[in-house]
Design a protein around this ligand. Sequence first.
Ligand SMILES: Cc1cc2nc3c(=O)[nH]c(=O)nc-3n(C[C@H](O)[C@H](O)[C@H](O)COP(=O)(O)O)c2cc1C
Length: 191
Amino acid sequence: MADKTLNVISICGSLRKGSYNAALARALPSLAPAAMAVTPAPAWDKFPIYNADIQNSTGFPAEVTAWADAIRSADGVIIVSPEYNWSIPGGLKNAIDWSSRLKEVPFANKPVALQSCSGGLLGGARMQYQLRMALTTLDALMFGKPEVFVNFSAKKFDDKTLALTDQPTIDMVKQQLAAFAKFIERHGGKG
Ligand SMILES: Cc1cc2nc3c(=O)[nH]c(=O)nc-3n(C[C@H](O)[C@H](O)[C@H](O)COP(=O)(O)O)c2cc1C
């Protein structure tokens, strides 16, 4: 039993208005256990493409610093992302790359869980594998099982409202969030 609310932020890898991943991220607060609050991380869509010359001349963009600060001050992070060409969407990878150059890397020792929605059979599994590797090199504390892969995602959400309607998916997400809360508590959250 948690003695405080766990403050978890969600990061979405898709910018699309009708994004299934964004729809799943929006559903998380209602699926989280009582001891966990889930709020969206600041946007990463205005980050310039990483270039060390920017970092060395004008410094880290304010948007990068705000994103990193939010990650640092969270007890845990849930990344909800599509798979692009068997891999991590470029915009999300760019955000992670920027954050990795900060002196205090925000993902270091941070509990991180992964979720993905895709139109295909594998539900973004290949993207998750690569994201797991990239974040492991940043010393993130990667949550293991249960995993959340939402395949054939158009069938799992309401056509009009984009509410998550598929009960097995709802159950799977709830189970992961409950286990992630225990994982965060075991690892001390942000300490
Ligand atoms: C550039 C691009 C590459 C894609 N590559 C894959 C892929 O490798 N595997 C897959 O399952 N789906 C792939 N898709 C389809 C996405 O799973 C699908 O468009 C999904 O709905 C995108 O997520 P979103 O709804 O959150 O925007 C790709 C889509 C785009 C736009």
